[in-house]
Design a protein around this ligand. Structure first.
Ligand code: PHE
Length: 502
């Protein structure tokens, strides 16, 4: 083939002329330098036939503008020749001559022309009758100029300094002018007829990169989810079943002591289901207790004192938070007859009728944790949150009083973002209200602490994405999913900064 023919010709040339620069071979073989280098590289794969040394040197070359000057004359000469016997308006020169601005100032400095402003409109007038275009002449011979002049033309962007890479080829210890085709494989034929004794074998390249195997690639959200899941599992939490995106208002709101006229229960905030519009199966005795606590109070609470309607509780919706699942699980826990302390978690989708922007979509994933045990306090919640976030590499937390219908007290969780250098909100938490957990039948001495955060936010921070649409939806670049690295949240306890944060 072409390359091996060229390669053999190069060997012959080196045989005859000795050490040779690849650039010289361009003229010898009338071939592209790239092709020459390719042929030399193919010779290099053979066992010590040649030796190759990389070199680079600097070379001066006219720029595109410099080539223009070599061909058409300097800008200052062009201006000079554009000035007729009686002079010309400066404005006219500026409009008609290429590079007129530089040309004019250079021609003025050279004393070839002068400006006459006496008439009000500046005129350009010849100052000499003929000129010698040294710039053009110099550029034609740029190789022979002094360094100072070259530097001056470089400043004028007429010359540029290029780095030229080439190689020097010389004979190697096994030099030969014929390329012997090396065997790549020891076959049974070669073994049987003994031909292998005469053959030369190509060396294995143990440095070659293997071809990448085709496998599936997990989306960043799934990778970060797996990390959060591991953290919960390490802390002894049990995963809640979250496979029902459609919930009734009862479990999403009423069971959580969220009054029926609460603004979050508005269609502006919640996606209601039109078919089937209502759920009908509810545990009747529990439903009666929920109705009671809303409309009349109980368990030491005055309730909201309004007319609680089952029709409102029956409305189906896309769950707005996974706290609906927590409510169902705590209720079910007590259906087993006896209370035992539990730690539950879930990570799954929730839906909200949000105004969409760079960081909000109408659906996202919520990470939720709940602990129910005897005599839990706000201190237990704070301690648990520190333990949880420490496993993410976050050890600076701050809490801000907040309001949820189902928790009292409630706290927004802030963490210090080392990258942004400021506190950002990462979650919401609280102690479930007695009005929520006592109707479920949990013992009076039992408290439940809980918290929730979004999966998207830490994922965007971790993978450096600013727009949620780069992470979710039709505009996601599959190459991003293919390329993105595995997720390692720093689960080291004594680190100051955190990867999740930074
Ligand atoms: N459900 C809350 C939300 O949607 C999060 C939360 C969970 C708050 C548990 C307190 C307790 O933001």
């Amino acid at each position: 083939n072409m390359t091996s023919e060229l390669a053999e010709n190069i060997l012959l040339h080196v045989e005859k002329n000795g050490e040779t620069n690849s650039l010289d071979l361009v003229n010898v073989f009338n071939e592209d330098h790239q092709k020459i280098i390719g042929a030399i590289k193919s010779l290099q794969t053979l066992d010590n036939i040649i030796e190759v040394e990389q070199i680079s040197h600097k070379k001066w070359e006219p720029t595109a503008e410099g080539k223009h000057v070599i061909q058409h004359g300097s800008h200052e000469a062009a201006v000079f020749f554009a000035v007729p016997e009686n002079g010309i308006l400066q404005a006219e020169i500026m409009n008609s001559v290429p590079y007129a601005k530089v040309g004019l100032s250079k021609a003025l400095v050279a004393g070839w022309i002068k400006l006459d402003k006496s008439s009000g409109k500046p005129m350009v007038i010849r100052n000499v009758s003929s000129i010698e275009d040294t710039t053009q002449n110099n550029l034609k011979n740029f190789d022979n100029l002094t360094d100072n002049i070259k530097a001056d033309y470089k400043k004028r962007k007429l010359l540029q300094e290029m780095i030229v890479k080439s190689v020097i080829v010389r004979k190697g210890p096994n030099f030969a002018t014929k390329i012997e085709k090396l065997e790549t494989e020891l076959t049974s034929d070669l073994l049987i007829n003994g031909a292998w004794k005469q053959k030369k074998f190509k060396k294995y390249n143990f440095d070659a990169l293997g071809s990448s195997t085709d496998t599936g690639h997990l989306h960043p959200l799934l990778k970060v989810r797996a990390e959060f899941r591991n953290i919960f599992l390490e802390m002894g939490f049990e995963e809640m079943p979250t496979n029902n995106f459609v919930e009734s208002s009862f479990w999403n709101f009423d069971a959580l002591f969220q009054p029926q006229q609460h603004p979050a229960r508005d269609a502006h905030d919640t996606f209601f289901i039109s078919d089937p519009k209502y759920s009908t199966k509810f545990p009747q005795d529990y439903l009666a207790k929920v109705k009671q606590v809303h409309s009349k109070g109980g368990y030491g609470s005055e309730g909201y004192r309004y007319d609680w309607k089952v029709e409102e509780a029956q409305k189906n919706l896309l769950r707005t938070h996974t706290t609906a699942v927590s409510a169902r699980m705590l209720y079910q826990l007590m259906q087993k007859g006896e209370f035992k302390p539990v730690k539950y978690f879930s990570i799954d989708r929730v839906f909200r009728n949000e105004t969409l922007d760079a960081t909000h979509l109408a659906e996202f994933h919520q990470i939720e944790g709940v602990v129910a045990d005897y005599n839990l306090t706000l201190g237990d919640l704070i301690g648990t949150l520190y333990e949880f976030f420490k496993k993410l590499g976050i050890d600076k937390l701050e809490f801000k009083p907040a309001y949820n219908p189902y928790t009292e007290p409630s706290m927004e969780i802030f963490c210090f973002h080392e990258g942004l250098g400021k506190w950002i909100e990462i979650g919401n938490s609280g102690v479930f209200r007695p009005e929520m957990i006592l109707p479920m039948g949990l013992p009076e001495k039992v408290n439940a602490i809980a918290w929730g955060l979004s999966l998207e936010r830490p994922t965007m921070i971790k993978y450096g994405l600013n727009n949620i649409r780069d992470l979710v939806g039709p505009k996601v670049d599959l190459q991003m999913v293919y390329n993105n690295p595995i997720c390692r949240l720093e689960k080291v306890n004594n680190r100051k900064s955190s990867k999740v944060n930074g």
